[in-house]
Design a protein around this ligand. Structure first.
Ligand code: PLP
Length: 399
């Protein structure tokens, strides 16, 4: 059975061109970039080419790019550096809908006595700008806000926020892990101090990330050891993955220039067909302002996990808005922050496409999914009333 992969916000296929670019670094080009000899030294030059390719994707200068181990490391490093460089400031601002790489790091900071403000969003997942303005004070060390949400694809107004923060002299970090490679990012125009990226979200391998640090921004390294990355991130370079990321960024730049309208059209086709054929289905988040590849759809009165398991039987891969841990369903913190009713949060499914997806694959999902929803609703042990009751109990437990 052929896999229909619609879970590209979780991870992406490594592009064949990326694999090809990486292969020599596992075989004949295995030197250490820090070595004195020519064999190792040549690697240094290749890393710098990749650094320039990454910089080019986001409108940065190559020496503003630091290679890290993943998006989570970039996020942690940015926040750690921000607070370490400003020891007198003990307040951090973020949003309620960030990835756990930010939220759990903020929790860690709170445990060390930092004050953390979690900004609310509205029912469409849009940021409350007034709340941001009101939360800033002279103790604020950094504001960390994602560029695009991983569950709904909703894009935040980074330029507007950045201008506001720059006027107040406040450091601004952006988690652009989901946005990079999907929408244009031009740091020549965006007033942002630090940005996190992750290779495996844009057809490079897992285990490679980037932290962009604008020239002139004070920076404290997180990993301390050797002098790699000009003393900003210790550890022998993950050469093959760096080369692969460079190639993936070069390809993403071209793809964005060609336009993402065909990708958005495929996503819209899927969305429109499912809304039409499945009663009680709604799209979560601002449909006007979101990533071209993402849709989060709630099928009310069904469990998202049940939908995913049935889709899996057809080789169709997607994600749900709740995670099944230790027997209880943890509803998505993103959808909860948006005030989505529990009956809809539990039945949410995220489809995230890539340019590798084909029309025929979307047609297959459109054919297969509506009968699944109908069937699951028909033999739900709960029925609609019981499901609402179950969700009320769950809501009470979570609150
Ligand atoms: N930030 C966002 C918005 C993400 O979606 C993810 C991964 O899903 C991360 C950070 C973490 O990236 P990584 O998996 O490279 O650690």
């Amino acid at each position: 059975m052929k896999t229909i992969y619609l879970d590209n916000n979780a991870t992406t296929q490594v592009a064949p061109e990326v694999v090809e670019a990486m292969l020599p670094y596992f075989t004949e080009l295995y030197g250490n970039a820090s070595s004195m000899h020519t064999f190792g030294g040549q690697i240094h030059g290749r890393i710098e080419v990749a650094r320039a390719q990454v910089a080019e994707l986001i409108g940065a200068e190559p020496d503003e790019i630091i290679f890290t181990g993943c998006g989570s490391e970039s996020d942690n490093t940015a926040l750690m550096s921000a607070v370490e460089c400003n020891p007198a400031k003990r307040h951090v601002i973020t949003t309620r809908v960030e990835h756990s790489a930010i939220l759990n790091f903020c929790k860690h900071l709170a445990g060390k006595g930092y004050r953390v403000t979690y900004l609310p969003v509205d029912t469409l997942g849009r940021l409350n700008m007034d709340a941001l303005l009101e939360s800033i004070d002279d103790q604020t060390a950094v504001v960390s806000i994602m560029c695009a949400n991983n569950e709904t694809g909703v894009i935040f107004p980074i330029e507007e926020i950045g201008k506001m923060l720059r006027a107040r002299g406040i450091l601004f970090h952006v988690d652009a892990v989901q946005a990079a490679g999907k929408i244009p990012i031009n740091l020549k125009e965006l007033p942002v101090d630090m940005i996190s990226l992750s290779g495996h979200k844009l057809h490079a391998p897992k285990g490679i990330g980037v932290l962009y640090v604008r020239k002139g921004t004070r920076f404290c390294p997180y990993l301390i050891g050797g002098h790699q990355e000009r003393g900003r991130r210790a550890g022998t370079e993950n050469v093959a993955s760096i080369i692969g990321l460079g190639k993936a960024c070069e390809m993403a730049k071209k793809e964005i220039a060609w336009g993402t309208a065909p990708l958005a059209a495929l996503r819209d086709k899927l969305e429109a067909a499912l809304l039409k054929s499945c009663p009680d289905a709604v799209v979560n988040g601002d449909r006007e302002n979101r990533l071209p590849n993402t849709t989060s759809i709630s099928f009310e009165y069904v469990e998202g996990e049940a939908i995913l398991l049935r889709l899996n039987e057809y080789g169709i891969c997607a994600s749900s808005g709740s995670a099944c841990t230790s027997g209880s369903l943890q509803p998505s913190h993103v959808l909860r922050a948006m005030g989505i009713p529990y009956t809809a949060v539990h039945g949410s499914v995220r489809f995230s496409l890539s340019s590798y997806n084909r029309q025929s694959e979307i047609d297959r999902v459109i054919e297969v999914l509506p009968p699944i929803i109908k069937e699951l609703r028909s033999y739900s042990p709960f029925g609609r009333d019981k499901f609402e009751q179950y969700c009320r109990i769950d809501a009470a437990r979570a609150d």
